[in-house]
Design a binder for this molecule. Sequence first.
Ligand code: XUL
Ligand code: CO
Length: 441
Amino acid sequence: MSTTNAFPEINKIQYEGPGSDNPLAFRWYNPDEIVEGKTMKEHLRFTVCYWHTFRGTGADPFGSGTMVRPWDDGSNSVENACNRARVAFEFFEKLDVPYYAFHDRDVAPEGDTLRESNAHLDAVADVLEAEQNRSGVKLLWGTANMFSHPRFMHGAATTCNLDVYTYAAAQVKKAMEITHRLGGENYVFWGGREGYQSIYNTDMKRELDHLGQFFHMAVDYAKEIGFTGQFLIEPKPKEPTKHQYDSDAAACLNFLRAYDLMDHFKLNIETNHATLAGHSMMHELEYAGMQGALGSIDANTGDLLLGWDTDQFPTDYYLTTQTMLVLLKYGLAPGGVNFDAKVRRESFEPVDLFYAHIGGMDAFARGLKIAAAIRADKAIDSIVTERYQSWDSDLGQKIENGQVGLADLEALMLEKGEASGNKSGRQELLENIVNRYLDQT
Ligand code: XUL
Ligand code: CO
């Protein structure tokens, strides 16, 4: 039994099947249903993100907050933070999600000094720990917010101000300790202010060297305290700075290789960040996955007509099917599907938080089923295999194994005179196949 009663009208959300018209029931997410040998719950590892769901106010650049949250007294007190944390666990349990994720400054208020902020975090962590033990809900990941406070105007690990760098290091140390204490399965770095606005005032090489050192210090400290969770970097191309260093999966992996960090980090891929980078979610997932670096996802979506990070809840079956096709291929654990998404400013009532998450969870469950059906029939794979068939030949294998050079290939083509004909890419057929599985699953 939860220790609060913030949502008295809402009982635990149950699976009722696709025919249900109950808006407070799952139509597709059936936690114990087996797909590809594992339960949906094990595949999807749904996570509620604390910052949007419990700290989002609905404020935007044109107006103040709109959200009605009867349990929140609006103060910055530790007491309010502790009460809010208890309400959050009532929400997690009613929604039947196994995980949550937070930034240090979402769960506990910033104090006047670092020491005071740490004490606030310790106090709220006591509540989080007790609530985790009571409910069985676990921590997917923790992270440090090093972008909201004005001290981070020039960055945190890439700042020109050594004192701010030192502060950031201390803050990450503490956030890692708390994540470790709460059994967090991952630890995330999103470099909110790690980037620059103008190269005129920026020593890019020096900033990136500092960032590399920062991550090495984090790796060393994890070893020191016995934290074995997965480190994750979350790519994002713009907002807030014009040039974010971790702009997409490729940029992050290049950075990790250059600074000898590949063994310690994977990526947390977010849909709206992928699209802001001019990529699709599927591209970013595949790019990370093929290099063994797919760690976790932040599930949301942007808006076709707005060019910014709108962080909407994902409801599009094509998007979730595409995402699950890649996640089933590479696996997700110890990562999860974290709803880094916020209800719209106009959806200000507590019940909207339930509708939003139920819709996102159902969309992912349906995407999982459709992707599994496509994979079972090899409906896409068989066409891809066929497309690359020429590479299965003796020559193709020799090239892939590095056994031939340009002169060998020249000799072969001089002999042959012209390349043999191409085969169709069959894109339209593949799109029709995906539609058929959408219809039938
Ligand atoms: C910002 C964003 C962050 C990270 C965690 O766009 O996605 O909330 O997920 O710092
Ligand atoms: Co995110």
